[in-house]
Ligand binder design. Structure first.
Ligand code: PLP
Length: 551
């Protein structure tokens, strides 16, 4: 039964799974699908217009090298210093150091290298004592545990690395941490989780670590601009941040280092950043980050946290209305005001992502790093969620630059997605059957069937009777009905109903090309291969799908 928890295997099961034709579906109002709504801010964000302008101004005018002593260099240095001062104020960095980096992954490497280099001495342990532990939250971004393992190995330290368990709400197990605090050499706990939005209890972690002497790394990436931060109020030693999660370009970040915390530079060379990070500064990125911080400080086009929370509640309500069985994977009260992570019992994440994408809503199935892999989420598994939830979660994340109109339009589309799914769903469980029917011979698995959109255009010019087949499910076609190919030659045959159409296509003249298309090119490639297996050589798939076609 949907909603019954672990016992139920919902993967690829859709209720009311009777294929219908598109004309049986209720008409949807207006311009759905016309405009892309980006709801994947935890993966990355667009660059704020002010930030773009600031970066361009640096490239055009303030292009000097901050290390140069002439006027151009001094102007660049003044800009860098101003941004650093602003960041110091906004992060509550006090007497700590702020180092510009290329992003959070570099900040994490630098912090881990610094801490592990300082902990080297703890390898020579007195008799009877145990070696130091390196601890990280079980839901940490993988940059952290991977960096711990990497530097532990490269430095030949051999410290034991252990994950701090989290509870069902995604919060660290503080009792466990307290028990292990005395042996801890380095403790890594993110401020807020990128997949679920769960905000860590930094005060509780601080109390659990009291008196332990452990170094403390707090990954602040998802907190920047979404949580009030006062780094110097906690004994945090290192805190990495990333510009591209907050409307600055990719390739710029910050690392906070507490005054007196051990430090070993990752990059050495020309002595920039007072020897904390060599390499000529990314001045365009720094200027862009500075513009974002200024916009945040001045509330210039960026909404405050209370407003964001009301928008999150609107989106949550729209989701509940659209999918009445929906479950949120973390309590909203413990989450960032900009992140929703949920499952819909009975509907796989793949179906939901296709549906949302067709409606022009760009959401994600988890972290961006693992979006291309169809494996359960480590984060949700660490929280003890059943496999069907860890495998079928959808993350919706927005940001402070998203206006109210966009949120309301997103809510409308979410409701339309729910209606489309109820009205027109076809069981994707039929996919396997349709493709099995085409034969199990995999000799064709690697035969190229993909054509770029330019090649498809050329094919259509050479063979005006080319048949186009939209293999998206009907609920996707319903929320995105725009016809990209000549309507008269376009057929709608969802992959789940492919079986029914094979005979029809095989009866066409042998030289008649068939071009299958879908959202991303995966399902259409399956369809083209299925037809090839049946002996039809002229079957093709639109590479990259509708996602890559200009709208
Ligand atoms: N930490 C968290 C929590 C993140 O969400 C990310 C990015 O996904 C990173 C670290 C890595 O950041 P960057 O892309 O700046 O290297």
């Amino acid at each position: 039964m949907p909603g019954d928890g672990d016992s139920w295997n919902p993967i690829l099961v859709i209720r009311n799974a009777r294929p219908k034709t598109a004309r049986h579906l209720p008409a949807l109002a207006g311009t759905l699908g016309a405009m892309e709504i980006y709801l994947d801010a935890n993966a990355t964000t667009p660059v704020l217009p002010q930030a773009r302008a600031a970066a361009l101004a640096v490239m055009a005018d303030t292009f000097g090298n901050p290390s140069s002593t002439h006027g151009a260099g001094l102007r660049a240095k003044a800009m860098v210093d101003e941004v650093r001062a602003r960041a110091r104020r906004m992060l509550g960095a006090g007497s700590g150091r702020l180092v510009f980096t290329s992003g959070a992954t570099e900040g994490i490497q630098t912090a881990v290298l610094s801490a592990l280099t300082a902990l080297r001495g703890r390898r020579a342990i007195p008799e009877g004592a145990e070696p130091a532990l390196l601890l990280y939250g079980a839901t940490e971004h993988k940059a952290v545990p991977v960096a711990l393992r990497h530097w532990n190995e490269v430095l030949g330290l051999g410290f034991e690395i252990r994950a701090i368990p989290v509870d069902g709400n995604g919060r660290h197990d503080l009792a466990w941490l307290r028990r292990h605090a005395a042996r801890a050499g380095l403790v890594c706990t993110m401020a807020a989780n990128n997949e679920t939005g769960v905000v860590s209890d930094l005060v509780g972690i601080e109390a659990a670590l009291a008196g332990s002497g452990a170094l403390w790394l707090v990954d602040g990436v998802q907190a920047l601009g979404k949580l009030a931060l006062a780094l110097d109020r906690h004994p945090i030693d290192y805190a990495p941040f990333s510009g591209h999660k907050l409307y600055a370009p990719k390739g710029i970040g910050l690392l906070y280092v507490r005054e007196g915390a051990p430090f070993t530079p990752l990059l050495t060379g020309g002595g920039q950043e007072e020897d904390f990070r060599a390499g000529t500064e990314n001045t365009a990125g720094i200027a862009a980050l500075g513009a974002v911080l200024r916009a945040l400080e001045d509330r210039d086009g960026l909404s405050d946290l209370a407003t964001l929370a009301t928008w999150r509640d609107r989106l949550a309500n729209a989701l509940r209305e659209a999918f009445p069985d929906l479950v949120f994977n973390a309590p909203l009260a413990l989450c960032l005001p900009t992140t929703l992570n949920f499952c819909v019992p009975g509907v796989s994440a793949r179906v939901l992502l296709n549906l949302f994408d067709a409606a022009g809503l760009r959401v994600s199935g988890g972290s961006a790093c693992s979006a291309a892999k169809a494996t359960p989420s480590d984060v949700l598994e660490a929280m003890g969620l059943p496999t069907w939830r860890a495998s079928n979660a959808v993350r919706l994340s927005f940001g402070a630059a998203d206006g109210e109109e966009l949120v309301d339009e997103a809510c409308r589309r979410i409701r339309a997605c729910g209606a489309a799914l109820r009205a027109g769903d076809a069981g994707p469980e039929a996919h396997a059957e349709a493709l099995a029917h085409a034969g199990a011979d995999d000799a064709l698995a690697n035969v190229p069937v993909e054509l770029s959109s330019a090649e498809v255009d050329a094919l259509r010019k050479a063979s005006p009777l080319t048949v186009f087949v939209d293999v998206r499910e009907l609920y996707e076609q319903h929320v995105d009905p725009e016809c990209r190919f000549p309507a008269a030659s376009t057929q709608s045959v969802p992959l789940s109903t492919l079986n029914d159409a094979f005979a029809r296509w095989l009866a066409l003249p042998a030289d008649r090309p068939l071009v299958f298309f879908c959202r991303s090119g995966n399902r259409s490639a399956q369809a083209a291969r299925a037809l090839r297996r049946l002996g039809r050589a002229n079957a093709w798939s639109l590479a990259g799908g509708l996602a890559l076609l200009p709208r």
